[in-house]
Design a protein around this ligand. Structure first.
Ligand SMILES: O=C1O[C@H](COP(=O)(O)O)[C@@H](O)[C@H](O)[C@H]1O
Length: 232
């Protein structure tokens, strides 16, 4: 894992967007797995300044809150429309999504797993860091799940998201699993925001364990980890 410390969020966002643009210029149709949350918002804004670069890029949603409607202001879908799909003019045929409340959750998970198997591996995977060391919704647990799956969310994850403050507690999350992440050709790992010092310390121990899913990124050959001063 290549670690770069940045002075602030603006510098982190610019650097991340620059890394992505160089990849996309070499492979315009690449498959971009998009995280949500505060960490990538600035990076998406930087990418939008050069939107022509992304005119062929394909996007797949990385995770989603279960139960709340897709159109809910706090869904990952709404976030991506606002910060990425809209500003970069990603057409529907270049975007792979999944429902927040599918009738049969397992079938929706299988559909996305099969899509990744058939069209993958993911070319670029954007990850943020959860305060408890999670990546996407792969939460600390005795064992981790390789497949796209329904995830039981940790208290700190539920507390982190505005969906909760809207009074509609999501019962679960849906997310790409550890295999999808670890098979990605390149990972851009963004660490920014308060309350992550413990998780950062745990990652820097260089000990791989399921108590900190992000620690598995030490085993990936192509991770650019960008950390700004707010997280250390
Ligand atoms: O719960 C989550 O949190 C992480 C970090 O969120 P951020 O708002 O600090 O960027 C996010 O990357 C992840 O996708 C989500 O599951």
């Amino acid at each position: 894992m290549k670690i770069t410390y940045l002075e602030n969020y603006a510098a982190l966002s610019k650097k991340a967007a620059h890394l992505i643009a160089s990849e996309v210029k070499q492979n315009p149709e690449l498959m971009f797995c998009a995280a949500t949350g505060g960490s990538p918002t600035g990076m998406y804004a930087e990418m939008a300044k050069e939107k022509a670069v992304y005119s062929k890029m394909q996007v797949i949603k990385m995770d989603e809150w279960g139960i709340i409607p897709l159109s809910h202001p706090d869904s990952c879908e709404t976030y991506l429309k606002k910060h990425l799909l809209g500003p970069l003019e990603i057409s529907n045929d270049r975007y792979t999504s999944f429902d927040t409340a599918p009738e049969v959750v397992e079938s929706e998970c299988k559909r996305i797993s099969q899509f990744i198997q058939a069209n993958g591996p993911l070319d670029i995977c954007i990850l943020g860091l959860g305060k408890n060391g999670h990546i996407a919704f792969n939460e600390p647990a005795e064992v981790l799940n390789p497949d796209f799956h329904k995830a039981i969310l940790a208290e700190s994850t539920i507390a982190h998201d505005p969906a909760l403050s809207a009074g509609e507690e999501p019962a679960y999350g849906l997310c790409v699993g550890m295999e999808g992440i670890m098979q990605s050709k390149k990972i851009i790992f963004l660490i920014t925001g308060k309350g992550k010092q413990e998780a950062v310390k745990r990652i820097m121990e260089r000990k791989i364990g399921t108590d900190c899913p992000a620690s598995f990124l030490w085993m990936h050959p192509n991770v650019e980890c960008l950390i700004d001063s707010s997280a250390i």
